[in-house]
Write a protein that binds this ligand. Structure first.
Ligand SMILES: [Zn+2]
Length: 574
């Protein structure tokens, strides 16, 4: 269709002249609002451009990434009202779940429709069957409300598709929703959400949706030097205040020191954290595009919490400090939440994956289970204690650290290992001798006391071990005084997994580890699916937990036992 014909057609529908925001100021009433019961352009300056983009005829797609508490729900309501009264067309609004969207319709949308005079008049003339919580069938257009699921997103032909909180939608659902447009010439897709989590191997659907737009970001003109700058978290400054005579942080005292500092060296104007100042900057705010090559008719917009004037910067500083403290304890979740929810940012995970082929290629054609292919310098048994079964495996070690998995199996509980170990003996290739178990580790993370007792009864063969959250180092020995001085080995679970999965299995680093050619399927699967996640700051790393990796945990303990015994083995006389 030519732009001329399109314009003529649009003109027929568009009765309102002026901006969407000015129309909303006149007609949009918000009965439940704590801040203001009428819509006013000065109330939330950061929302005006978002609302205009959602309501204009230029944009076919609008993607908004805004912090929690920015007023995203108000945008959804404003856009609904404007569409119904001014720019009608079949509309689909999809929230993350059916319940979320029904609750919203009941508590907010329907009271607002009734409070909007031009729409109330239409509603009055309608049958109550046409006003259900999941669809409202106006005489001139239909509105469908659904959760982001296949059944809700199917079959209808829609002009407006509005997706709310798409960060949490299942993969593929945005595509399902967009397919409802049936390539209408006047289609409009609106996606409004907080930030999301993505990674290169499995990108979030929103990555591409956002990247197609012009990436408009919120900034402001400094009231002091008049220069425009992005709202930046780094420009929020604070002093760390501690409680009297202690190192414990005083959160309230710290929050009180918060201020925003102009980023320009020659200016550095400082704005104390109060609603007057925050509002002053917000009123001097605007969006600027950062993607010079957007797709035609697509806009994308980001607005973080520090650009929303009613969110105190001091509150954000407290959240930030707490999130970083958690990070130092090894818990990255609060920082991830801060980034996605408050910063409206995208959290990128970087993975190192161990492939199934990496695991299957650990098998050596050279030996089978039950035989020892070398004259061993050491023979170890390590065991992972589970709810229903206890897994164990045996490795024979050469003096240089090369190891061979020569046996594996399960027993009901760790106490059964005591009867099992004396029966295990393996013919040593090329000799008439047999290899027997010398030392072993058992994971004492669960069933701790039972494991300690089994170790005590093993006659200095088995020792308890426990993984720690330490990112660095290998292991340390502590002594259990209540168990006759039994040593307990604490090891870095992260480093042990790196050594096993990344180095020995992924890269086949020396000294090599070999599996017997006939290890069971279960043994192999027990080493599969491991992924290392580097968080965005590349400082905090972790291995994603995998279920059914008990045999992998046995192999991990073999790595740890080598860390412990290596120096003794290497010192042996040949
Ligand atoms: Zn300035």
């Amino acid at each position: 269709m030519s732009p001329l014909v399109q314009g003529v057609k649009e003109g027929v529908f568009r009765r309102h002249v002026g901006t969407a925001v000015s129309w909303l100021e006149k007609w949009f009433r918000i009965p439940h609002s704590a801040r203001s019961t009428t819509f006013n352009a000065n109330n939330a300056p950061h929302l005006n451009d978002i609302i205009e983009a959602c309501c204009d005829l230029q944009h076919q797609k609008v993607v908004v990434r805004a912090c929690t508490g920015a007023g995203k729900t108000t945008v959804m309501e404003a856009v609904s009202l404007f569409a119904i009264a001014v720019e009608p067309g079949p509309m689909l609004i999809a929230g993350s779940t059916d319940k979320d969207i029904k609750d919203w319709a009941e508590s907010r949308l329907i009271p607002e429709l009734k409070a909007c005079k031009p729409i109330a008049a239409i509603l009055d003339g309608m049958d109550r069957h046409d006003k259900r919580k999941t669809e409202i069938l106006f005489p001139h257009m239909s509105m469908f409300l659904t959760g982001a699921n296949i059944s809700g997103l199917q079959a209808k032909s829609i002009r407006y598709c509005y997706g709310d909180e798409t960060w949490i939608w299942d993969k593929g659902m945005i595509g399902e929703m967009k397919a409802r447009h049936h390539d209408r010439w006047n289609r409009k897709t609106i996606l409004v959400t907080q930030g999301w989590e993505t990674d290169k191997e499995a990108p979030h659907d929103m990555d591409a949706e956002y990247a197609e737009g012009d990436d408009r970001r919120r900034g402001f003109e400094c009231p002091s030097c008049r220069r425009w700058q992005l709202y930046k978290w780094e420009q929020i400054k604070y002093e760390r205040v501690t409680l009297p005579e202690s190192e414990v942080i005083d959160y309230d005292g710290t929050a009180k020191t918060t201020r925003y500092e102009c980023e320009f060296q020659e200016c550095k104007a400082s704005f104390e954290d109060n609603s007057e100042n925050r509002r002053r900057l917000a009123m001097a705010g605007s969006y600027r595009a950062f993607n010079p090559y957007p797709m035609a008719r697509v806009t994308s917009i980001t607005c973080p919490a520090w650009a929303v004037w009613w969110i105190p910067w001091g509150d954000l500083v407290m959240e930030w400090i707490k999130a970083n403290e958690a990070k130092h304890r090894g818990d990255i979740e609060p920082l991830k939440k801060f980034t996605m929810k408050r910063g409206a940012g995208v959290w990128e995970n970087i993975h190192t994956r161990v492939t199934d082929a990496d695991v299957t290629s650990m098998r050596s054609d050279d030996f089978k289970l039950g035989e020892c292919p070398i004259v061993p310098a050491l023979v170890t048994l390590c065991s992972d204690v589970g709810e229903k079964r206890t897994h164990w495996s045996v490795q024979a070690w050469a003096k240089d650290g090369t190891s061979y998995v020569i046996d594996h199996g399960t027993v009901l509980g760790p106490e059964d290992l005591l009867g099992l170990i004396p029966t295990l003996s393996y013919p040593i290739r090329g000799t008439d001798r047999f290899a027997t178990i010398q030392q072993g580790l058992i994971d004492s993370g669960d069933f701790t006391e039972l494991v300690y007792n089994v170790c005590l009864r093993s006659g200095k063969t088995l020792y308890p071990s426990k993984g720690s959250g330490a990112q660095a180092g290998t292991f340390r020995e502590s002594v259990l005084d209540n168990y006759g001085g039994l040593p307990l080995y604490l090891y870095s679970d992260y480093q042990a997994k790196c050594a096993l999965y990344e180095s020995k299995i992924g890269k086949k680093d020396a000294p090599r580890m070999y599996f017997a050619s006939d290890v069971s399927e279960e043994f192999m699967v027990g080493h599969m699916g491991q992924r290392k996640i580097d968080s965005q700051d590349r400082k905090t790393k972790s291995w994603k937990s995998v279920s059914q990796d008990h045999y992998g945990d046995c192999s991990k303990l073999h790595v740890v036992i080598w860390w412990i015994l290596r120096r003794y083995v290497e010192a042996q006389e040949d």
